[in-house]
Each structure stands twice: as C-alpha cells, then as structure tokens.
Write a protein that binds this ligand. Structure first.
Ligand SMILES: *Cc1c(COP(=O)(O)O)cnc(C)c1O
Length: 464
C-alpha cells in the first residue's frame, strides 16, 4: 500500500509526508492537514487489548508515520510517557456509575502533556536529523503554555517564547511557566490582555519575511501530531473498560475547547474502536454545543469561566471534522470556512429527524452546575474533579440513557484550580506536592510592553 500522506482540508496543498506535516503545522492554503486515509484496525483490537500504554501508542502512531525509523519511534514514545507519574500513564478509575480517564499524570498535571511530551521529542528528532532550528512562539492564558514549555525545555535546537497577559493568569499557572529556568525558555508577561497576546502572535506569523528569517513555529492544537497522540488513550481506556465490564461498546464524554481532544476520539471510532457515541461538553462558551444541537455554527462573545481552557470563540480543530462531514469535499470546506470568516456564521443541514450528527451529541454546563458537580462527587464518592472534568461529568449525566459504559475524560488535576475547588466545597482540599513546591521556587520572566515592535525586537535579539 502507498504510505500515508497529509493533505489539506481545503485541497490546495501538495501532499506531505508525516515529518513535514509535523513541521508545517497549518497547511499553506489555510486549511488543516489530515491523513489521506484512516486505517481500519478493527481486526487488531484483540491483539492490542493487553498492550501497555507505550506499546499501544507505538502500534497506533506507526500506522500514520512511515518516515521515522520504527526503533527510533519506539524510543521517542517510551521517553515521552516515562515522564508520567502513574505506571499506567493514563489510568481509568471507576467513580460512581462513571469511568474517569485520568489524563493528568504528566509533568504539568494537564492532559496537554500527553501530546506535548511526544511532540517536543518529535521536534527534537526531526531538527537533529535536518540540522535545523526552531523558534516557537506561543500565547497562553494558562494550561498550554506550561505543557509546551515542559515539552521542549532544555533542547538545543529550540527556543520557546511564551506570552501571557501580565497579572491576568492565575498565580499558580504563572509559576508553572516561569519557574522553568532552562536557557531556551523565555516567558514574556505582556502588559495587555490575552487577546492582545493573540493579536501579536497573528501579526508576527503573517509577517512572512520575519517568520521565515527566524524559523518561527507553533505548538498549537492544529498540529497533527497532537491529535494523533491523543487517539491512543481512547483505545487504552476502552480496553480497560471492556475488560472490567464485559461491555462490547463504550461512550466517551469530552470537556471541549478547541475540539482537538474529541476529534481524536472521532478518529478512534473511525478506525474501528467500538464507540457508540461521543458526548461533547462545553461551558458557557457553547459555540460547539449550539452547533451540534442546531446545525448553526455562530461566534459568540467569550466569557471568562471556572474552566478557562474551554473558553474559546472558534474551535480550531473543527475544520477537520467538517471536512469528513461534508463528504471529504475540500471545495465545500473552503466555501463554508470563507463564509464563516466573513459572516461569523455557517450552517450544516440537519437530517429528517432534525439531527446534526449521529456520532457526536453535545451539551453544556455552567459555573453553578460545575461547582455543584464538584461538591456532589466529593461528598458522595470522595473524588475531586477539576472544573473542566466536572463540566464533562455534568453533561455526561444528562446523557445517561444508553447502556454502554460512560468514560469521562479528566483533563486536569484538581490542584491546578484550587480556587474553584474551594468555592465548590468550602474547603482547601486541592493540593499536589509539585504545585505546592512552586510557591518557593525561583522564577524568571520578562515584563514587556503591549507592542508588536517591542516583541519583535525581543525575539530578534534572542531567537536561535
Ligand atoms: C485544553 C484543555 C481542554 C480542551 O481541549 P481541546 O482539545 O482544546 O478541546 C480541556 N480541559 C483542559 C484542562 C485543557 O487544558
């Protein structure tokens, strides 16, 4: 069979091999890169079901790569997941009627480590082979920044510049980033808002001479390697729950922001994992829940919430799903995305029963319900949910009508959000030794003006 190649959802990108797709990030025509086919692994489930996490990851990831030598790929995967504190990497816990998939045992205690610990090592491998260099620029309001920093810290061929809004991220999240003292890590506190940071990002990436001169790159969730590495835990969790319950199918609930995580579950289903459906959970920023209930994808205003990693206006990975939804027609994707860019709205036809999709259903939580869910699970099950996971659990409970076991993805350790836990339970319960230790750790961070020129000058002086 021909090796897998990566094509654009908008159709105008020469097909790329895996490593080039990883280094490219976004396709040149503005679309997202997707594999030119989805392997069917239904016949291999029996053979895979007892594999440990790194071996399972190797079996799945190798199907999508043909240009990393297999022995090397195996080492990269082993090293990435050796950084996790739990022997199972992503254990599944039975909590009441639900199965909670704990994705937060990585070094920054958020599920983004699953992808970024692998992506960081993959970058290193490719840059070493190509004798290349990369200057990563990122804007963060919280979680992504520390997971990205942790994925590439100490590397010789990468400098990472992470902008966060000065005095507007939680003290804990700021410390998780600024306590990393490796010489290749640059934390910038921009005197402005998160939107200002994103605007600076956008402007620098559209300044092509500047971008090319400094080999600027990103680690954002449109990178295919991030989605790919997340497919693995859907298989791993389903195998654990099949074993425990004897069920033949499972469902998953996913606290969703940029749609990367749930998209990985959708690929797992397409590959032949018996998932009856995926339940998408949002907070008050419910563009995706509204879409899956009405077929209308329309921008709203972002409101700040207790689960900030789900506060999005536009879900960057949605376009990949849309591609398959419109019958793998890149012209239709381009038309819809252009319409959305111009009008802030697009619409997908519903079926005769009024349904938008048969594989993904969606609901939303809000601050009050999320905090009540945290309190209830703590009292009833002695289990602490972080506010992202709790929004998912709340929505999962609304979709309890199928017999298939429900697996809820737990995307962060509760200790990352101590204020929400205290608001919910009235007690200071959420701790983790790694986070408590940060209070005394030395930090390094540069406060910079909210100005494109100031950031440009800063970057030009310190880029590799
Ligand atoms: C990023 C993040 C999410 C959202 O995941 P997406 O892939 O963007 O949908 C949910 N919870 C936490 C804790 C996160 O960091």
């Amino acid at each position: 069979m021909n090796p897998i190649r990566y094509i654009s959802t908008r159709g105008a990108q020469t097909p790329l091999a895996f490593k080039d797709a990883v280094m490219t990030g976004l396709a040149r025509d503005g679309g997202l890169l997707i594999p030119d086919r989805i392997p069917d692994v239904a016949a291999r489930l029996e053979e895979w079901k007892d594999l440990d996490y790194p071996d399972l990851a190797f079996e799945i990831i190798r199907l999508f790569t043909d240009d990393v030598p297999e022995a090397r790929l195996k080492e990269l995967i082993a090293a990435a997941y050796a950084s996790f504190a739990h022997p199972e990497v992503v254990p599944v816990r039975k909590v009441g009627r639900l199965h909670v998939l704990e994705l937060f045992h990585g070094p920054t205690l958020a599920f983004k480590d699953v992808a970024l610990q692998f992506l960081g090592r993959l970058f290193e491998e490719i840059l070493e082979e190509r004798q290349g260099r990369l200057n990563i620029l990122a804007a963060t309001s919280g979680d992504t920044g520390s997971a990205a920093i942790c994925g590439v810290r100490g590397q010789e061929r990468i400098h990472i510049f992470v902008m966060h809004p000065h005095d507007r991220v939680s003290d804990l999240q700021e410390r998780q980033m600024t306590s990393v003292l490796d010489a290749n890590v640059f934390n910038l506190a921009v005197k402005g808002s998160f939107d200002d940071c994103q605007l600076i990002m956008k402007t620098l990436f559209s300044d092509l001479p500047f971008k090319d001169r400094h080999e600027l790159g990103t680690v954002n969730s449109v990178n295919w390697a991030r989605v790919l590495s997340q497919i693995v835990y859907y298989f791993y969790a389903a195998f654990r729950v099949f074993e425990e319950t004897g069920a033949a199918q499972v469902q998953f609930t996913v606290p969703t922001g940029n749609f990367g995580d749930i998209l990985a579950g959708w690929y797992a289903k397409r590959m032949g994992l018996p998932i009856s459906r995926l339940v998408l959970a949002t907070n008050e920023n419910d563009i995706l829940a509204r879409f899956f209930n009405t077929g209308v994808y329309a921008k709203g205003q972002v409101v700040p919430t207790v689960n900030p990693s789900m506060d999005i206006q536009v879900a960057s990975n949605f376009e990949r799903w849309l591609y398959y939804k419109v019958g793998s027609d890149p012209k239709a994707v381009a038309r819809l995305m252009t319409q959305f860019a111009l009008e802030g709205r697009m619409e997908i036809p519903r079926d005769a029963k009024g349904r938008v999709d048969l594989e993904i259903v969606a609901g939303s939580s809000d601050t009050r319900r999320t905090l009540a869910t945290i309190k209830r699970y703590h009292e009833k099950h002695n289990y602490l949910l972080d506010p992202h996971t709790a929004a998912g659990v709340f929505v999962a409970e609304q979709y309890d009508e199928l017999d298939d076991p429900m697996i809820c993805l737990s995307t962060a350790h509760p200790a990352k959000f101590p204020d929400a836990i205290e608001d919910a339970t009235g007690q200071d319960l959420a701790h983790h030794p790694a986070l408590d230790a940060l209070k005394k750790a030395p930090t390094r961070c540069e406060v910079v003006e909210n100005s494109i020129d100031a950031i440009k000058t800063y970057l030009a002086a310190r880029a590799l």
